[in-house]
Write a protein that binds this ligand. Structure first.
Ligand code: MET
Length: 342
């Protein structure tokens, strides 16, 4: 990356209210058929434009073509029955009605590859595409077939790798796997979670990232965070093995979180997407606040490896608020870039 401190988001941006109900996760679409296809693409272009106006360097699709960062991918796979739903506790934290794995899972056709091509056609900037990670996928399902979290994760890793290779061929520069489950199931993450993630990324020539956070700004997550005490040391559990992994970039939550920033030392050598935007509150950060978080992170990550970002996705936020936060991210990074240059 030529630009110093290249900015990007964790992925999702709010959708326009004509496309889906605002400020809601798993928000149902308001259009159907051909109109829905065209509407998703229009929304993607608006998301690109918001990022352009904010001076975001690595552009994403704002996840405008998916309802949810995990569910939509799974919807395209065979072996999963969406009519057969079970309520399970996800991320060990909140109950959600999820589909059931009823047979061998497979990807009959590409999921996001056309959308990624569409994004590629909108901009000459580097583009990043997000996919769920294997471990977060199995945690958002009821498995009545494999009856083994690990077995199912390996199956998903194979499927994700097929998708990732095609995304790379479509011109994606960075493929990011979302693994918030790594911040909850440490033992599994170290036993096979990181290994399945590497399998998902196997053979890719483009850059790869893993996003690990404390979740969207929804009540279940803010309530959980209240129970985590004064220091959030979850990253300490997985960073040593991630440091040894082949993944290029680690995306983490920093701003307003109780994560001790010196934990970033544990992934020395990796590029770090530093979350400098809090997605759990509506107050828009000032550029100076963003700059301050970046300056603090610079003690633990070399400037050429620091990628300013958001703590998590902004899908459930008000659209004006999200736009304000994007602008603050762009402006905050510019402040620190000038300091480093000067
Ligand atoms: N890529 C996802 C997003 O930005 C990450 C979600 S992790 C809870 O919405």
């Amino acid at each position: 990356m030529k630009t110093l401190l290249p900015t990007s988001t964790a992925g999702s941006l709010p959708k326009p209210s004509w496309l889906a109900e605002p400020e809601k996760l798993w928000s149902p679409w308001k259009l159907e058929g051909e109109e829905l296809v065209a509407g998703k693409h229009d929304a993607l272009r608006l998301a690109v434009d918001d990022q352009r106006q904010a001076g975001i360097d690595i552009v994403g699709d704002g996840e405008q073509t998916r309802q949810h960062f995990v569910t939509t991918f799974i919807e395209h796979l065979s072996g999963v029955d969406f009519e057969k739903r079970e309520t399970v506790r996800i991320r060990n934290r909140y109950d959600a009605s999820v589909p059931t794995v009823v047979g061998a899972v497979a990807r009959p056709k590409p999921v996001f590859v056309d959308d990624a091509r569409y994004l590629r056609a909108q901009t000459d900037q580097p583009i990043k595409w997000t996919l769920p990670g294997p471990m977060t996928m199995i945690d958002t399902l009821y498995d009545a077939h494999y009856r083994s979290r690990e077995k199912l994760a390996w199956e998903f890793a194979t499927i994700l790798n097929q998708e990732a290779r095609e995304l790379e061929a479509a011109g994606v520069d960075i493929i990011q796997f979302d693994e918030p489950a790594f911040n909850v199931f440490f033992e599994e993450a170290n036993d096979w979670g990181i290994a399945t993630l590497e399998k998902a990324a196997q053979g890719l020539k483009c850059e790869t990232a893993v996003h690990i956070c404390y979740g969207y700004g929804i009540k279940a997550n803010t309530d959980w965070k209240k129970t985590l005490g004064s220091e959030w040391r979850q990253y300490e559990q997985t960073f040593p093995n991630l440091q040894k992994s082949k993944i290029d970039i680690v995306s983490l939550e920093c701003h307003h979180s109780r994560v001790p920033l010196d934990l970033i030392e544990l992934i020395r050598g990796k590029k770090v997407m530093v979350g400098a935007i809090d997605v759990a509150r509506n107050t828009i950060e000032t550029p100076e606040e963003v700059a301050d978080t970046l300056r603090k992170a610079l003690k633990f990550v070399d400037a050429d490896k620091l990628y300013p970002s958001t703590n998590c996705g902004m899908a459930p936020l008000d659209r004006t608020v999200a736009r304000g936060k994007l602008n603050a991210l762009g402006a905050g990074a510019r402040i620190v870039r000038e300091e480093l240059a000067g």
